[in-house]
Design a binder for this molecule. Structure first.
Ligand SMILES: [Zn+2]
Length: 403
C-alpha cells in the first residue's frame, strides 16, 4: 500500500480471511476454472486471505473462513487494470476541449499547456492531484493504474513527476519524450539527447517503463528508437504511444523492440496488425481519446480477428481523454469498436495485466492479488448495457475492502 493513499479502509491490512459467497456471476479470467474466455462461474464463491485469492469455486463447496460476505447474487470481477494514464499534472484544459467540440482540430501541441501548469505546481499540489485521480479510479473499480511522467520535460520536473508517481503505483513510466520541450523547439535533436542522457539518468530510479509519443508533431521513428533503446539500456521496459493520429512507424518499432504494449493503434496497416498478432506486444486501445477528440475509433474487431491481444485503458489526461472510468471505455468499445461485452471486460482486466506484464492482477484465481470489483448488477455485461451508470458496489484492493 502506498503511504500516500488517502483511502480510509473499513478493514485493516491484517484482516482475517473472508469468504465472499452468493456471487451470481464470477469473471475469473481463468479458463481452467470457468467457461469461455472470461472463465465464467455462476453461483460461485471466493476466499481471500492476507491480500491474496486462496480459493475459487462453486458456492456449495466453499471452505470456511473467518468472515463471510454475501454478494447477494451480484457479479464479481477482477479489479480493472488501467495500463495507460497520465496523472501527474496540474490545471485542466476545459477551454481547449470546448474549442475542439466547437470545431477546432486536436494536435499534440496542446500538451505544452499542461507542461506550463505542471512546472508551476508544488510537489504537494501534484501529489494531491494524483491521489485524487487514483481514488476517483478506485471508486470506479480500478485497482491497478499505470502512471506516466511527460508534463515536466526538464530533468528536474520529469524526475519529480516519477518520484511522486512512485508513491502511488509501481507502474511508473518515463515519458520525457511526450513532446519536445518548449525550450528545445528549434533543437529537437538536442532534446532527444537530453531525454536519452541526463534526464534518463535522473528518472530511471523511479521508473519501470520507458515510453515515447511516436507521432507527427512529437517524435519520429528514429528519435523514438533512440529514446526506447536508451531506456532499455538503463533497465526499463518499453511501451509506445503508436499510430494514434496517423499511420507511422510506432507499432512496428514497438514489436521490434519487444515493447509490452503499443498504445492507441488507431491507424494500422495490415502489416501493423499482423506484427501485433505475431508478437507478445499488446494492442492497448484508448477510446476515451477518440471520444474526446471526436476522432474515428480504432478497429478492435480487426485486431481480435487477427489474434492480437487487446487491452482497454483510459489514457486519463487533462487534454485528450479526461476520464478515469474503465466502465465508460468498455461501453464505448462495445458500441463503437466491434467488441463483445466479454471481450471488452477481458481487455479491461486481463488485457491490461498483460500490457503491464503483471501475472498477479487481472484475474481471480488462487495466488492472484485479491483485487476485486463487485458490481451492483447481476452480470459484467451491465458495464456496457448500462452506460454512464455507477455500478460499483464494493472494491477490494490487495484484500482490503476499500469501499
Ligand atoms: Zn497517453
Amino acid at each position: 500500500m502506498s503511504t500516500h493513499s488517502t483511502t480510509a479502509a473499513p478493514g485493516s491490512p491484517a484482516a482475517p480471511s473472508t469468504l465472499i459467497t452468493g456471487i451470481g456471476s464470477l469473471v475469473t479470467n481463468d479458463t481452467a476454472h470457468g467457461t469461455g474466455p472470461l472463465g465464467l462461474l455462476t453461483d460461485a464463491a471466493v476466499v481471500i486471505d492476507a491480500g491474496t485469492v486462496v480459493w475459487v469455486g462453486p458456492a456449495g463447496a466453499a471452505p470456511a473462513a473467518d468472515e463471510r460476505f454475501d454478494a447477494g447474487g451480484r457479479a464479481l470481477l477482477p479489479g480493472f487494470v488501467d495500463s495507460h494514464a497520465h496523472l501527474v499534472f496540474a490545471g485542466d484544459r476545459t477551454a481547449e476541449f470546448n474549442a475542439r467540440m466547437s470545431g477546432q482540430a486536436y494536435s499534440a501541441g496542446g500538451i505544452r499547456t499542461t507542461v506550463a501548469a505542471t512546472r508551476a505546481a508544488t510537489d504537494a499540489e501534484l501529489d494531491a492531484n494524483l491521489a485524487r485521480f487514483v481514488r476517483e479510479a478506485l471508486h470506479q473499480g480500478t485497482t491497478t493504474v499505470e502512471c506516466k511522467s511527460g508534463y515536466g520535460l526538464t530533468v528536474k520536473d520529469e524526475a519529480r513527476a516519477l518520484r511522486i508517481a512512485a508513491g502511488h503505483t509501481p507502474e511508473t513510466t518515463y515519458l520525457g519524450a511526450h513532446v519536445v520541450a518548449p525550450e528545445f523547439a528549434d533543437d529537437p535533436a538536442g532534446y532527444v539527447d537530453l531525454v536519452t542522457g541526463e534526464m534518463l539518468d535522473a528518472c530511471a530510479p523511479f521508473a519501470r517503463w520507458v515510453d515515447v509519443f511516436c507521432e507527427n508533431g512529437a517524435f519520429d521513428g528514429d528519435q523514438a528508437r533512440a529514446v526506447l533503446t536508451a531506456g532499455v539500456a538503463r533497465g526499463l521496459t518499453p511501451r509506445v504511444h503508436a499510430n494514434q493520429l496517423s499511420y507511422g512507424p510506432g507499432v512496428q518499432l514497438a514489436v521490434e523492440l519487444g515493447a509490452a504494449s503499443a498504445d492507441h493503434c488507431t491507424h494500422l496497416t495490415d502489416e501493423d496488425v499482423a506484427a501485433l498478432a505475431g508478437s507478445a506486444t499488446v494492442a492497448t486501445l484508448l477510446p476515451g481519446a477518440e471520444f474526446s477528440t471526436r476522432a474515428a475509433y480504432p478497429d478492435a474487431r480487426r485486431l481480435l480477428a487477427a489474434g492480437a491481444t487487446v487491452a482497454l485503458s483510459t489514457d486519463c489526461n487533462p487534454g485528450s481523454s479526461f476520464t478515469s472510468s474503465m466502465a465508460f471505455c468498455i461501453a464505448v468499445a462495445v458500441r463503437e469498436m466491434g467488441m463483445t461485452p466479454d471481450e471488452a471486460v477481458h481487455a479491461a482486466t486481463a488485457g491490461g495485466a498483460r500490457a503491464l506484464r503483471r501475472p498477479d492482477v487481472g484475474l481471480i484465481a488462487p495466488g492472484a492479488r485479491a483485487d476485486l470489483l463487485l458490481l451492483d448488477a447481476p452480470s459484467h455485461v451491465h458495464l456496457a448495457y448500462r452506460p454512464g451508470v455507477p455500478l460499483t458496489a464494493a472494491v477490494w484492493r490487495a484484500g482490503v475492502r476499500e469501499l
